[in-house]
Design a protein around this ligand. Structure first.
Ligand SMILES: CC(C)(COP(=O)(O)OP(=O)(O)OC[C@H]1O[C@@H](n2cnc3c(N)ncnc32)[C@H](O)[C@@H]1OP(=O)(O)O)[C@@H](O)C(=O)NCCC(=O)NCCS
Length: 169
């Protein structure tokens, strides 16, 4: 299995991974719209035997002028789950965030899953997501002190609000 940046020829498969993994096509469309708007800052695929079996996206977020990355959506085809592909996608994605200079990353998702990567409740930095989700909203600093003191509301790319979408990891 390899994890690598998306190629143009992967776009249909990326769409399928999200369509199969989520209840509707919102996530698949969101990834397409972020890409079109040039706001898909990191897009990695997991490839097994020439098949795209997983995908993770990151896009820019901002709080009080401090830019970071928002993780999500992430999905793995059902037949390939629970063998660590999601974890590898996320770890490589976080590495790429670090390389591109992001100071922090936020995610909306299950704390029991994301804590293994070092995410903690966003409350710890007084960060919040505008629509609530207090418990599920998490953050991690890649550069100590990158999240401004006093936190604030984290703004995601406008594509997340174009439809009724949450930036779920
Ligand atoms: C979440 C997802 C990407 C994980 O991919 P994966 O390749 O199975 O992940 P890994 O193999 O690295 O890790 C599997 C672990 O994640 C846990 N997990 C998966 N989804 C979870 C969830 N919603 N809440 C808590 N834990 C979860 C599994 O229980 C398993 O735990 P274990 O390691 O203790 O056994 C995959 O389950 C998926 O595509 N789900 C549907 C889309 C989705 O919900 N995306 C993320 C939230 S928006």
């Amino acid at each position: 299995m390899i994890i690598r940046p998306e190629k143009h020829s992967d776009l249909g498969s990326i769409r399928s991974v999200h369509t199969v993994s989520f209840p509707d096509t919102n996530e698949a469309r969101l990834v397409d719209e972020l890409r079109t708007a040039n706001r898909l800052s990191i897009s990695l695929v997991a490839v097994k035997l020439h098949e795209v079996v997983g995908h993770v996206a990151f896009s820019p977020v901002i709080v009080h002028g401090a830019e970071g990355a928002g993780l999500g959506p992430v999905a793995v085809l059902p037949a390939y789950r629970r063998i660590g592909i999601g974890e590898q996608l996320i770890r490589k994605g976080l590495e790429a965030c670090r390389k591109q200079g992001d100071g922090y990353v936020v995610v909306l998702g299950a704390p029991s899953y994301y804590s293994r990567f070092g995410f903690k409740s966003a409350d710890s930095w007084e960060l919040c997501y505008k629509n609530g989700y207090a418990d599920a909203f998490q953050a991690m600093e890649l550069v100590p002190g990158a999240i401004p003191a006093g936190g604030g509301v984290v703004d995601y790319a406008p594509e997340f609000t174009a439809v009724d979408r949450s930036p779920a990891g």
